[in-house]
Ligand binder design. Sequence first.
Ligand SMILES: Cc1cc2nc3c(=O)[nH]c(=O)nc-3n(C[C@H](O)[C@H](O)[C@H](O)COP(=O)(O)O)c2cc1C
Length: 236
Amino acid sequence: MARNVSRRRFLRAGAAVAATTVATTAGRTSLAQGEQEPRKLKIIGVACSPRQGKTTAAALQVCLDAAKAVAPERIEVELIELAGLKIPAHVAAGLPLEPGEKDDFPAVADKLGDPNVAGIIVGSPVYFCNMSALCKAFLDRCMVFRKNKFALSGKVGGVVAVGGVRNGGQELTIQTVQAALMCQEMTIVGDGKPTGHTGATVWNNGKDDITGDEFGISTCENLGRRVAEVLLARRA
Ligand SMILES: Cc1cc2nc3c(=O)[nH]c(=O)nc-3n(C[C@H](O)[C@H](O)[C@H](O)COP(=O)(O)O)c2cc1C
């Protein structure tokens, strides 16, 4: 009996999948009259350094350029710098803004929550082997997405960490940011092959320059490419 019920369910599910497949396949052969070309998939880089246009932003731009290069006709990218923005962390805990206190997070949240945003790459400077306070405030405020039916669920996420030394805590920083992104039910990827680890690990040579860090740059490129490839494969 139980076996029959399972079998009926299986057949019903199979029929539903088949119907969906037919409809989808039919739609793909040509665009129906009046139907628009699919919109581009967007990948946003969020630079969480309090210093605008410095190494974290530069590393993220390398990721975004590499992501776009995978399929320029299907992917668009945007860099958002949190430097100079006010992101009060206590609001995440339900506390009100102080009188006259500014809050720039809602504008950032609007951009990230856009359904066309398929990927998010978070970049943080390494501060004492961990993310910056600005990055933590940003991730805490992302609680709004969790509370709004996990609105970031399924978006592809990657992380870049830039430190003042080669092994200054980039990997730990990446992992702590990834943990927060996983709480959003995002799909986390690392830097793809051939570097192939948890994310982009970059070294600022002390002159706010990352261009000499050949290995770090390649981790940025591999991360950007990997984010793009994974989200394209899912939409295929
Ligand atoms: C408070 C503070 C703590 C830091 N701690 C570390 C650290 O633990 N490891 C490291 O490699 N670099 C550390 N740095 C250096 C920064 O990570 C590095 O300069 C980074 O490139 C800054 O990013 P930005 O250029 O985007 O601002 C620290 C810098 C500051 C201001």
